[in-house]
Write a protein that binds this ligand. Structure first.
Ligand code: KG4
Ligand code: ZN
Length: 353
């Protein structure tokens, strides 16, 4: 039996989990969303300080909740990047200290691979798989031959899909973080497919580009200023009341739905193309990362997989966003395959988008 403690501090969630032989025992997560909401985005300095503040009590609570002691931990796995440098360094230093104190092995984990493997905590993944990773910082497709063999097929040339959602929400003064709010508003309407063009699909490659559609939303709002709330709405209830009173709720929902549709379509077209070009032998389609929580994207990918006779692997929402369980699981896979890192393990903040 191998007990692996995973640490995730790459952005604005401080998350820990204990995984034993691929099975999740306990997890703890301290989100910083409220702290950053005041600024309408993640403030790196604030994020590092928050990680530092909560890590030690969170470990105590994790161990207590699982009835395990630090001495029983065999492996400490830590997200080494990509992510915010300061935040990664806090997690990394803490992980090294913890590994020394526990007499455990240390394993550094690629945050993006961890997102793609997260669903293995809930269901078996049939390999080879095609992986779509859609988060706030990344949009990539991968061919995944095993839990240890990842090959990038396509990537965004500029913004990530989640970034486009968040920035679109910001120009509309929707509550932060905006992806989930756009999703909720979008579900109340049918998309008007003439409002926003599907971004970067008229080519033959596997890459993505979302900066154009983000600008298209900014231009649309500039031409339809009544859609934008006078100030940033604090939550969904306030948003619905304010927009409802002003009689623009229906129009706002159509705009969100159209925006969501064009992003979902760009993802669907490129994933389909990747399967066509390099995935004829692929058995499953994994959709992971924070944006994989999006309803329109989930249903587009489910239909796509069904049409091609593939198993669709969609993690539950809890496993889509940043979490410690995915780091612990990936660390456990790596450790089982013989990987170990020394105390000179470094953070890698900049992965390619
Ligand atoms: O994976 P994640 O938690 O953090 C990163 O590693 O980036 O992803 C966060 C991103 C944010 O951009 C957020 O707005 C987006 O995921 N997101 C969504 C939804 N839920 C979260 N985007 C669209 N629809 C959603 N339901
Ligand atoms: Zn992430």
């Amino acid at each position: 039996m191998t007990l692996c403690l995973g640490i995730e501090t790459s952005c604005d969630e401080t998350a820990l989990a204990l995984v034993e032989d691929g099975r999740l025992l306990t997890e703890r997560i301290a989100t910083q969303v409220d702290a950053h909401a005041l600024f309408g985005g993640v403030v790196p300095e604030l994020a590092s300080r928050e990680h530092l503040r909560v890590l030690a009590p969170l470990v105590d609570s994790l161990l207590e909740g699982s009835g395990r002691t630090l001495g029983e931990v065999d492996v400490v796995a830590v997200a080494r990047g990509p992510g915010l440098l300061g935040s990664l360094l806090v997690g990394m230093s803490f992980a090294k200290g913890l590994a020394l104190a526990a007499g455990a092995d240390l394993v550094g984990v690629n945050h993006l691979w961890a997102h793609l493997l997260a669903p293995a905590l809930e269901q078996d993944i049939a390999f080879p798989a095609l992986g779509l990773l859609v988060s706030g910082g990344h949009t990539q497709t991968y061919r995944v031959d095993s839990p240890l063999a990842f090959e990038v097929l396509g990537r965004t040339l500029d913004d990530a899909a989640g970034e486009a959602f968040d920035k679109a929400a910001k120009v509309l003064n929707l509550p932060y973080p905006g992806g989930r709010i756009i999703d909720e508003l979008a579900q109340r309407a049918t998309p008007d497919k003439t409002i926003f063009p599907r971004p970067y699909v008229n080519n033959t490659n596997l890459d993505f580009s979302f900066s154009g559609v983000k600008t298209a939303m900014a231009n649309y709002v500039a031409n339809h200023p009544h859609l934008r709330a006078d100030r940033m709405m604090s939550d969904m209830d306030e948003l619905l009341a304010d927009r409802g009173e002003r009689g623009v709720l229906e129009e706002l929902c159509i705009v969100c739905s159209s925006f969501n549709w064009c992003i979902a379509e760009a993802l669907r077209i490129k994933v389909d193309r990747a399967l066509e070009q390099v995935g004829k032998d692929v058995r499953s389609l994994i959709v992971a990362g924070g944006v994989a929580a999006n309803s329109m994207i989930r249903s587009a990918m489910t239909d796509l997989a069904k049409g091609r006779g593939l198993e669709i692997i969609l993690p539950s929402t809890r496993l889509c966003t940043d979490n410690g369980a995915m780091i612990a699981l990936t660390g456990w896979y790596l450790h089982s395959a013989g990987y170990r890192h020394g105390m000179d393990l470094e953070a890698i903040p900049r992965g390619r988008k």
